[in-house]
Design a protein around this ligand. Sequence first.
Ligand SMILES: [Mg+2]
Length: 116
Amino acid sequence: MITKEFELHVEGFAKSPLSSNDLKANFALGLAGESGEVADLIKKHLYHGLALDRAGLVLELGDLLWYWVALTQAFDLSPSEIMAANIAKLQSRHGGTSFDRAKAAAAKGETLADLD
Ligand SMILES: [Mg+2]
C-alpha cells in the first residue's frame, strides 16, 4: 500500500507554479519517461549481459511510483481506490487470484485458439 508518508512526500515535491493542465501533462510524461528508464535497466540486464542494477532499479521504480502518485493527486484520485479497482477487475476477469489465459481470452470475447 502507498503510505501516507509517501503521499505527503509527493505532494510536497509536486508543488509548482505550472497550471493544472501542465502539471497533469508533466506527471503523465514523467510516468512514461520513468517507465522507459525501468525498461532500459531490464533490457540491459536481459539482453546486454549486464548484471542487474538492483540499486538503479530501486531508484527508477521509486521515480515511477512518484509520478504515479503525483498523477493520482493531480486528478484527485485515491491510490487505495485505484488498487482496489484493479484487484476487483483482475479477480473478475480471471475468476480468482492468479492469471488464467483462457479466462483472459474469454473476457475479450476470444478463445485460446484466437491467441495462438
Ligand atoms: Mg528516473
